[in-house]
Design a protein. Structure first.
Length: 499
């Protein structure tokens, strides 16, 4: 798209105009304020198919959004978070006439080329209906805000539609979000991922840096804390962790990855909470205790685990045993391959994880699918993570020892080929769909039969044959190595990069 159609509304009178809105908000009623807001943005970008223009105050308490449609408006607008309606302070036509909402914003009666305006409260971490966590993270001088709280949009963007969001911010404020940057400052194009996939935006004054690892660009945002985190050291840590998975598994299969680091977590670990969201570009969210030493960050496996998720597409939550098991397997394999831990420690940690998963499965007598469902209700999750990891190890070993296959096969190779040929990033996959593709790539049924055998079984995956092939003598969580040449070679293949 020709970027010349945009002129970012951060210069000259547009800057003054935003300040005027907030200086007069006490004196004018809300309709008049929104009218000023609309007029202000008529100096900005030429309309895309959907053009959002977003402004905020210096205290980051509210978002003012002007949305214009090129051509027909959709029937209605929806938001990802169940608390979006709670945060919504009002919606108005261009004339100032209020639009009544009821879970959605109705827009089917708008004329061609219409605009609407709405206002959203981002001053607090609202959590009334949405139990997936607060949707606002406030820090000194900045805020992280779930896009699901304020970004009202059609349920589906048609493939030929272009959707742009332009932020007009107070002086010295910056913004980063899980959408595609354009060559205009603070203007982003929204990818065509589903509306109910979460994503976040960070606004205000915070540390922001881009680094490149292989073919992937990492956009890192680190918010302020008390004390302030060592941003330069944290960037080096993230960059190194990304280089680990790039080297040990294969190229990160995204050209752009967002990383949000939120400080002030109260825990003994350096990264007590972390997860990946897929709305827009994939985003790593890391809640850190910045008081811990950098040595503790380098010894921690959490970033390795989260980055490993990027080698799979978005997978349905009921199949968390697969994607969490996949990342749990690689969190130690990757770290052994690059020398962060030695091979013996990696096997010991995997065996300990399998022991915890087996013990939990025997005590609860749940299938892997049942345990996954209960995990979301806050029940124990070791069976889910380590049952899935056991399946990954089993498949990896079976491929490496199979003699009637041409070429060197491994889980690494199947994953790389899957990313090269098949990974659709704009829809949710089931475990069966991904594992069926894995079987097609490998050329023999292996992954799906393993899933059928264990996903609906109360038994933890039987690893006796796998341990025998690897020369691992396991008693409880203790492991002894049998140094037969064949077994030692197989262990080395799994725990090294082959260099």
């Amino acid at each position: 798209m020709d970027s010349s159609q945009f002129t970012v509304g951060r210069q000259g009178n547009a800057r003054i105009g935003v300040q005027v809105v907030y200086e007069t908000i006490r004196k004018l009623n809300l309709v008049n304020v929104m009218f000023i807001f609309v007029c202000l943005f008529t100096w900005s970008a030429t309309y895309a198919d959907y053009q959002y223009r977003v402004s905020t105050d210096a205290e980051l308490k509210k978002l003012l959004v002007n949305l214009c449609f090129e051509g027909d408006a959709p029937a209605e607008l929806v938001a990802e978070s169940l608390d979006a309606s709670v945060a919504l302070l009002g919606v108005w036509r261009e004339s100032g006439e209020p639009i009544k909402i009821s879970g959605v914003i109705p827009t089917d009666q708008l004329p061609n080329g219409a605009c609407i305006n709405y206002q959203v409260d981002i001053s607090r971490g609202i959590q009334r209906h949405d139990m997936t966590g607060p949707k606002v993270y406030r820090s000194t001088g900045s805020s992280g805000v779930s896009n699901g709280l304020w970004f009202w949009r059609p349920e589906v963007f048609e493939k030929n539609r272009q959707v742009f969001v332009e932020f007009d911010l107070p002086a010295d404020y910056v913004v980063t979000t899980a959408w595609n940057e354009t060559d205009k400052e603070h203007v982003f194009e929204v990818p065509k991922t589903p509306y109910d996939w979460p994503s976040w935006t960070v606004l205000g004054q915070f540390f922001k840096k881009q680094v490149t690892v292989g073919s992937a660009q990492l956009n890192i945002a680190i918010l302020n804390g008390s004390p302030n985190p060592d941003a330069d050291s944290l960037v080096k840590w993230i960059e190194l962790e990304a280089s680990f998975v790039d080297k040990a598994v294969g190229p990160i299969p995204y050209s752009n990855v967002q990383v949000f680091i939120f400080p002030n977590a109260r825990a003994r670990q350096p990264v007590p909470v972390a997860y990946v969201t897929r709305g827009g570009v994939p985003t790593l969210h890391m809640m850190i205790n910045q008081r811990r030493s950098m040595e503790e960050f380098y010894d921690d496996w959490t970033a390795t685990h989260e980055l490993s998720h990027l080698f799979l597409p978005f997978i349905e939550p009921e199949d968390a045993w697969f994607y969490e098991g996949f990342a749990s397997y690689y969190q130690y394999v990757v770290r052994a391959r690059i020398g962060a831990i030695d091979e013996a420690e990696a096997w010991s940690k995997l065996i300990y994880g399998f022991h915890r998963g087996r013990r939990e499965a025997e005590a609860r007598e749940l299938t892997l699918l049942e345990a996954t469902e209960k995990m979301y209700a806050g029940e124990p999750f070791m069976q889910v993570y380590w049952g899935g990891a056991a399946l990954m190890l089993t498949a990896d070993v079976q491929m490496r020892v199979k003699k009637d296959k041409i070429g060197d096969w491994s889980l690494d190779r199947v994953v790389r080929e899957f990313n090269a040929c098949c990974m659709d990033r704009t829809r949710a996959w089931t475990a069966k769909e991904v594992l069926s593709k894995f079987d097609e790539i490998y050329g023999s049924p292996m992954f799906v039969p393993l899933m059928r055998r264990y996903a609906t079984s109360n038994d933890f995956p039987d690893l006796a044959d796998t341990f025998g092939s690897l020369g691992l003598e396991v008693r409880g969580s203790d492991v002894t190595f049998i140094d037969g040449s064949t077994q030692r070679l197989l262990r080395d293949q799994i725990m090294s990069t082959g260099e």
